[in-house]
Write a protein that binds this ligand. Structure first.
Ligand SMILES: NC(=O)c1ccc[n+]([C@@H]2O[C@H](COP(=O)([O-])OP(=O)(O)OC[C@H]3O[C@@H](n4cnc5c(N)ncnc54)[C@H](OP(=O)(O)O)[C@@H]3O)[C@@H](O)[C@H]2O)c1
Length: 229
């Protein structure tokens, strides 16, 4: 059975690689991007390789954008079976220095954005009794993480991990909802000096997106292994 996977922030970096790997594994992939043209460019580079990828505009910080994307998919009779919440920004100001607008933007994208897409797509998974949700988190999500420069980012990702657990409980056992840390990955966010390739960074997310029915839910993973919240 062909599953449909929606990935946020799919136009570049780890999200693009998750789209590529899921499509190569036989999924219909909805590659979403806040910039519609960037999404079409990225999706075209994958359809050119014979992969089943469709671009959709989706800005996770904009409620109307999420609702309109969901409406277009419903009109096309496309049920989202797999949701990968990958979109994020990396805010490098500490919590005691960051201004309110910058903090709220980070919360809107990294935390509320994932809740918005979950609210849009997880009820359908629950009703169909099958679903996979992957929240792309980070080691900075550990409460007590010693990375003050990433305080605002870490706060939103700690919230994303909490959201994972709460959505897992609400969605029920047929919908596997997990968080993962990709490690330090060479993307625009991670910088060119990072030790991991996007292919390596995407691996655990793709594994969680394709879990068998007896796979884990309500977990936090790095390199396919559970790690503490
Ligand atoms: N790279 C690392 O070392 C690392 C480490 C730990 C965790 N992570 C996590 O891995 C995920 C992917 O990171 P990355 O390294 O691939 O980052 P990236 O190269 O900076 O890509 C981020 C993606 O998120 C998109 N995005 C940002 N705001 C958005 C919004 N409001 N709506 C929709 N899309 C939005 C970006 O779109 P635009 O192109 O429009 O900006 C881009 O596609 C993130 O969740 C990040 O926190 C990365």
């Amino acid at each position: 059975m062909t599953r449909t996977a929606l990935v946020t922030g799919g136009n570049r970096g780890i999200g693009y690689e998750i789209c590529r790997q899921l499509a190569a594994a036989g999924h219909t992939v909805i590659l979403t991007a806040r910039d519609a043209r960037a999404g079409v460019r990225a999706a075209t580079s994958l359809t050119d390789q014979g992969l089943d990828v469709r671009a959709e505009q989706l800005d996770v910080s904009d409620p109307a954008s999420v609702a309109e994307c969901a409406k277009r998919l419903a009109a096309a009779s496309l049920d989202v079976d797999v949701l990968v919440n990958n979109a994020a920004i990396y805010t490098t100001t500490s919590l005691l220095r960051i201004d309110e607008d910058a903090l709220m933007e980070t919360v809107q994208i990294n935390l509320v954005g994932a809740w918005r897409t979950a609210r849009a797509f997880v009820p359908g998974m629950r009703a169909r009794r099958w679903g996979r949700v992957v929240n792309v988190s980070t080691g900075y999500a550990h409460v007590g993480s010693e990375a003050p420069q990433a305080g605002a980012y870490g706060l939103t990702k700690a919230g994303l991990n909490a959201l994972t657990r709460m959505i897992a409980a609400e969605a029920g056992p047929a919908v596997k909802v997990n968080s993962m840390s990709p490690g330090w990955v060479a993307t625009r966010m991670g910088g060119a000096g990072a030790p991991l390739s996007p292919q390596e960074g995407a691996d655990t997310a793709v594994w969680l997106a394709t879990l068998p029915d007896d796979g884990p839910t309500d977990g936090f993973f790095y390199e396919r292994q559970p790690i503490p919240w």
